[in-house]
Every structure is written in structure tokens, then in C-alpha cells.
Design a binder for this molecule. Structure first.
Ligand code: GRF
Length: 222
């Protein structure tokens, strides 16, 4: 870190922006070779806009309701992203589907974070869905964005246990803690040009997968 040219990030967020905040914090602490050049929200009331302004980052609202179609909205977003020289588009709780226009403007350079272990539980309200399903683990996934809903190639995942007494909010908080760790790390890997994409398989140059197993409930060693 530090010797690298800074990768230019644009962060798109619709909500509170805690993932945006974790990226801002790590940039400010010099832990990321990245600079957030723009924050865009489709929601005028998004906390993410306030967080960006507080950190002195350019932040704009492009309200999707003011556009006749998804494509026109995406065209407006893409134009802004290109204006500021965006190199990596970071979706952080951005509650809009991405059209082909957007995907073609930033091929393999749009990433998303999802609060479940994909491909299990794509879509919305996934913490509650994992609890109601009776899953023993959940977690979060950083993936490349493609034309589907949470279907793009997986870059990194973190696993958390689900406890019998969990509510949607306790599980969401446990997962968010890990989101705030893995999303900045993935951005740093992009900054270091270590993300190798081969179809659906993504490797991080110089990294091996972990070699350990989690079992829940735990079992005695035999
Ligand atoms: C996170 O749970 C993220 O995984 C999902 O939307 C939520 C955004 O939270 N895509 P925040 O706005 O970053 O706090």
C-alpha cells in the first residue's frame, strides 16, 4: 500500500451507507490505494449522501423516478461516472437493477456486496429468509455484477453462524460487521490489479483459499 496509483472509485448507494462509510474510513486511514471520486444515490433521503458530504466527497442524487425508463436513468448515471474518470463502480446497497447500457460501459468493473452466501438467498430480505429456512450459516458475498439478480462471479465471501435466538436485525448486524471488512479488501485487490477473472472463476493473484472447515453445531474431534 502507498506506492500504488490510487484506483478511482464511484460508490452507488440507496440507503444508510455503512459500507460506504467503511470504505471512506479505510481510504482516510491510508489503508486503501483508492479514492472515492463520486457518490451517487437514486434516493434523495439516503444517509449515504450525508456521509459522503461529511467526508468532503462529491455526492449527487440522480432520482430514478424522474426518468422514463431504466435505460435513461442508467445513461445519466454512466455519463456522470465517465465524467469523473471512474475505474471501479462499487454498489453498496444500491437498490436498482443494472441494465446492459451500464454493464457495457464498465465491463467487469462493477462490484456488489450481498448479505448472504450466494448462490443461496439472492434478492431482498435475505437475512430473514436464511433464518426462516433454518440455515446454520450465512454471511456475505462480494461479486462482479452481471445481467442477473446477484448472479455474477463471486470474488470473496465471509461466513457467520446463525444462532437459534437470532432475529433479522441481529443476523444483519453480524453480517454487516464482515461486509465492512471484505468489501474494502476486495477494492484493494482491484487497486493492486490482483483480481483474475476467468469466466465464473475469480482468483486473487498470490492468495490461496483457506484450508479449514466450519461445522455448526460443532462436533467432537474423533
Ligand atoms: C448491505 O447489507 C449490503 O449487503 C446490501 O445492502 C445493505 C447496505 O447497507 N447490498 P449499508 O447502506 O451499506 O449500510
Amino acid at each position: 500500500m502507498g506506492l500504488q496509483k490510487k484506483i478511482k472509485l464511484a460508490v452507488l448507494a440507496s440507503g444508510s451507507g455503512s459500507n460506504l462509510q467503511s470504505i471512506i474510513d479505510q481510504c482516510q486511514q491510508g489503508q486503501l490505494d483508492a479514492e472515492i471520486v463520486l457518490v451517487i444515490s437514486n434516493n434523495p433521503a439516503a444517509g449515504a449522501l450525508e456521509r459522503a458530504k461529511h467526508a468532503g466527497i462529491d455526492a449527487i442524487c440522480i432520482n430514478h423516478r424522474k426518468f422514463a425508463s431504466r435505460e435513461e436513468f442508467d445513461q445519466a448515471v454512466v455519463a456522470k461516472l465517465q465524467d469523473v474518470g471512474t475505474e471501479l463502480v462499487v454498489l453498496a446497497g444500491f437498490m436498482r437493477l443494472i441494465s446492459a447500457i451500464f454493464l457495457q460501459a464498465f465491463p467487469q468493473r462493477i462490484i456488489n456486496i450481498h448479505p448472504a452466501l450466494l448462490p443461496a438467498f439472492p434478492g431482498l430480505h435475505v437475512q430473514l429468509k436464511a433464518i426462516e429456512y433454518g440455515a446454520k450459516f450465512s454471511g456475505c458475498t462480494v461479486h462482479l455484477v452481471d445481467g442477473g439478480v446477484d448472479t455474477g462471479p463471486i470474488i470473496a465471501q465471509a461466513v457467520v453462524p446463525i444462532f437459534a435466538e437470532d432475529s433479522e436485525s441481529t443476523l444483519a448486524a453480524r453480517i454487516l460487521e464482515q461486509e465492512h471488512k471484505i468489501y474494502p479488501q476486495v477494492i484493494q485487490w482491484f487497486a493492486e490489479e490482483r483480481v483474475i477473472i476467468d469466466g465464473r472463476k475469480v482468483q486473487i493473484h498470490g492468495h490461496k483459499a483457506i484450508d479449514s472447515v466450519l461445522i455448526n453445531p460443532p462436533i467432537a474431534e474423533i
